[in-house]
Design a protein around this ligand. Structure first.
Ligand code: HEC
Length: 213
């Protein structure tokens, strides 16, 4: 092999190694400087990231708190009855909407999703989670209230609504997973459950009373 060919091949091989050497170095490099960036797009831009400081403001926070009293568009929850279950400073004794079959059916569906695990299908507090907890006998389980005994069966609509929104004693709140209208639908369904368990002969239509045993 002529000498010049040997050296040319050796040089080409040596140059071919350079990209690999660069990659290997970049993998372990801990330089704070950004890497070589041929097409930067918008990857690097002057901005403040969440939870970082910004000396421009007196409190030094880049994330600004809401100006007190401001409300995002569409979030003005003015209606105390609908959003808080309160009428004239008291727990509402009515629902803020007309109660029809659709509302109660919606309430049943939501109730069976969110409440039955603890309160049971008929609202006696005998849901699967509760039964299992009683079986385990670990001691710290507070049984879910029955809707057919005091105090739960004496609560007003607004109070029930508020229990779903904010929870009560050891029961956790459901405001983040059940929207306002559905909370009222559940209240309507609890009322239906309560009536179903406290029915009297008067609730049975006259013409079928004779068939009762
Ligand atoms: C994880 C179990 C659990 C789920 C799910 C649950 N609850 Fe409860 N609930 C409880 C427990 C426990 C109590 C009793 C709390 C206590 O006495 O400390 C309770 C109490 C109540 C009471 C009685 C409050 C009073 O006035 O004394 C109502 C009403 C109620 N729950 C409604 C609901 C509704 C409606 C849902 C579904 C949206 C629901 N709960 C879902 C566990 C649950």
């Amino acid at each position: 092999m002529p000498r010049w060919l040997f050296w040319t091949v050796a040089l080409v091989i040596a140059i071919a190694m350079v990209p690999y050497a660069c990659i290997a170095r970049a993998r372990v490099d801990t330089s704070p400087k950004p890497r070589v960036h041929l097409i930067p797009d918008m990857d690097s831009q002057p901005k403040f990231k969440t939870q970082k400081g910004n000396p421009l403001f007196v409190d030094g926070r880049a994330m600004r708190a809401h100006v007190p009293g401001t409300v995002a568009r569409g979030w003005l929850k003015e209606d105390d009855h609908f959003y808080r279950g309160i009428v004239d400073g008291q727990w509402a004794t009515t629902l803020p909407m007309e109660v029809d079959r659709d509302l109660i059916l919606r309430g049943q569906e939501r109730y069976e999703i969110f409440c039955t695990p603890c309160h049971g299908l008929s609202g006696y507090g005998d849901g699967m989670v509760s039964r299992r907890a009683e079986q385990l006998q670990e001691g710290a389980w507070v049984p879910p209230s029955s809707f057919h005994d005091a105090p739960a069966n004496t609560r007003s609509d607004g109070h029930l609504y508020n229990t779903i929104t904010n929870g009560i004693r050891t029961m956790s709140p459901y405001a983040s997973s059940i929207e306002e209208k559905d909370r009222w639908a559940i209240v309507a369904y609890i009322r239906a459950l309560q009536r179903s368990q406290a029915a009297t002969v008067e609730d049975v239509p006259n013409e079928v009373r004779g068939t009762l045993r």
